[in-house]
Design a protein around this ligand. Structure first.
Ligand code: GLU
Length: 276
């Protein structure tokens, strides 16, 4: 091989390497040019975001896929990433995910670190107790009770604000709280009614746990993304609006929350706010 050919080959190799590096480094891209997109969801919330082997199901998963499709990404281009409540802002800030659809309430405090498209759903905070418990009727009946919620959630913050002397244990995920509730080491789990309905309907907890049905907050679910990325926010907002108007929203709700007997409360489907 001539020196010239060798040099050409080396150049081609360098070009290919840099192209490959480019491809793997564009997780934030929304061009849909054959790249993958990293999306944060919950892995342990039946009806919302649930991982079973290689299968991902739930309303948030369906919403995430719908939005990805509108951004030009097919389902096979999605890399699902677990986004526990307390890690969502940092996952977005560090660029580990492009967006999160994970029962993620829009709050002013979170808006200091991330931006939100939405809301796409409105939920309310409630309590999950053992089926034979008649003493816990609402947030005002928690004195002396052992409560469980998740670090970094609005649920934990709300209940601490409303019941300052609450005996609250904070875990990393809600499924850990459910197991503790069923085992009797805590008396109630507090978070959104959507999430609680999913656990109460799970085969292993059927008839053993019940949702109190006395909500005490309004949770506006948004799609979290990098702060100030108005271009992405606007695209996602358009996708949410279409999802509601073309009937997909209703299908996702019926398919995923219906089996748990959950019907969305007042204000649903919401009108997404403008991106700022
Ligand atoms: N929607 C509430 C929140 O964003 C509670 C559910 C959750 O932790 O994902 O904090």
């Amino acid at each position: 091989m001539s020196a010239k050919k060798l040099a050409m080959g080396a150049l081609a190799g360098v070009l290919m390497l840099s192209l490959a590096a480019c491809g793997s480094g564009t997780t934030g891209s929304t061009s849909g040019s054959g790249d993958t997109i990293k999306i944060g969801i919950k892995f342990d919330q039946p009806g919302l975001g649930l991982k079973q082997g290689d299968t991902y199901t739930g309303m948030d998963v369906d919403v995430a896929k719908y939005v990805a499709d509108k951004l030009g990404y097919s389902e096979s281009q999605i890399e699902w990433t677990q986004a526990p409540s307390g890690q969502r802002e940092s996952l977005i800030e560090n660029g580990q995910v492009t967006y999160i659809v994970g029962t993620y309430s829009i709050t002013d405090k979170r808006k200091e670190k991330v931006s939100f498209a939405g809301p796409y759903f409105i939920a309310g905070q409630d309590l999950l107790v053992r089926a034979d418990d008649t003493s816990i009727t609402g947030v005002d009946a928690l004195s002396g009770k052992k409560l469980c919620s998740v670090t970094g959630s609005t649920s934990a913050q709300n209940v601490k604000d409303k019941v300052p002397d609450v005996n609250l244990q904070e875990f990393g995920t809600y499924s850990e709280c459910v197991a503790a509730l069923a085992a009797g080491s805590i008396d109630a789990l507090t978070t959104d009614d959507t999430i609680l309905a999913g656990y109460a309907a799970q085969e292993q907890y059927k008839g053993k746990l019940k949702v109190v049905g006395n909500t005490f907050s309004t949770e506006n679910y948004g799609i979290g993304l990098k702060k100030g990325d108005t271009e992405l926010c606007t695209k996602i907002t358009t996708a949410i609006t279409e999802m509601i108007s073309d009937g997909s929203w209703q299908t996702f709700v019926t398919n995923n929350l219906g089996p748990a007997g959950f019907t969305p409360g007042a204000g649903n489907p919401p009108t997404p706010a403008a991106c700022s």
